[in-house]
Design a protein around this ligand. Structure first.
Ligand SMILES: [Ca+2]
Ligand SMILES: [Ca+2]
Length: 215
């Protein structure tokens, strides 16, 4: 293989300038095509949403006329939110303690996620894998801070179907993170498993709110 210095010598200053301009052109073309693709996809998404609303409205009218149960159609505040049934979920990647994360959800008119269905966990897994990054764990709205071992969702409801990590002793209220133990819960988006961890640890979060009913 020829050493780089041979090419450098062969190209000269003028050659390097031409090469630089050529590479810059390729990079700008690639960036331009990525932007073009993004705006094209956004346009397609907007059109699909309009079609969905129109179809939903027509289907609702039809169902009324045929005296059959009327289906409900829902929408979320914007494209960042994921519509799951009649709920909207939002995975936010900035990391905070559980209490601050809870407040950040409230600022959006939401609350930390109450994950009660398989469908919700599957959506969280898909979105978590898409977002990827170093942190796969997300805060959800589950805590036993009021009474040790008595896990409650943030709407004060008790937990029915749990998904604590199988094969470990979760929730173990482990004291290695501090004498206060582990009173807040995260979900591992990749495995859909839950863990109790100290509430002061910093994690991304999942916010949740009721979806808006389309009429
Ligand atoms: Ca605990
Ligand atoms: Ca634990």
């Amino acid at each position: 293989m020829l050493p780089l210095s041979v090419f450098s010598g062969a190209l000269g200053i003028r050659g390097h300038t031409v090469l630089f301009v050529f590479i810059s052109l390729l990079v700008s073309l690639a960036a331009g095509s990525a932007e073009g693709l993004e705006s094209h996809l956004q346009l397609r998404l907007d059109l699909l949403k309009k079609s969905y609303s129109k179809l939903c409205s027509e289907f609702t009218n039809l169902a009324h006329n045929c005296s059959v149960p009327v289906p409900n159609c829902y929408e979320c505040p914007d494209d960042k939110w994921l519509l799951v049934g009649d709920q909207c979920l939002l995975l936010e990647t900035d990391r905070n303690g559980w209490l601050k994360s809870s407040k950040k959800c409230e600022e959006k008119g939401a609350h930390l996620a109450i994950l009660t269905t398989t469908e919700q966990h599957e959506v969280v897994e898909k979105e978590g894998r898409m977002l990827s990054g170093f942190y796969t764990f997300y805060w959800m709205g589950l805590t036993d801070i009021e009474k040790e071992g008595e896990w409650k969702w943030v709407d004060n409801s008790t937990v029915k179907n749990t998904r604590w990590k199988v094969g470990s002793s979760e929730p173990d209220n482990n004291l290695s993170g501090g004498k206060e133990g582990e009173d807040c819960a995260v979900v591992d988006s990749h495995t859909q498993s839950w863990y109790d961890v100290p509430c002061s640890y910093l994690y991304p979060r999942i916010c949740q709110m009721d979806a808006k009913l389309l009429k």
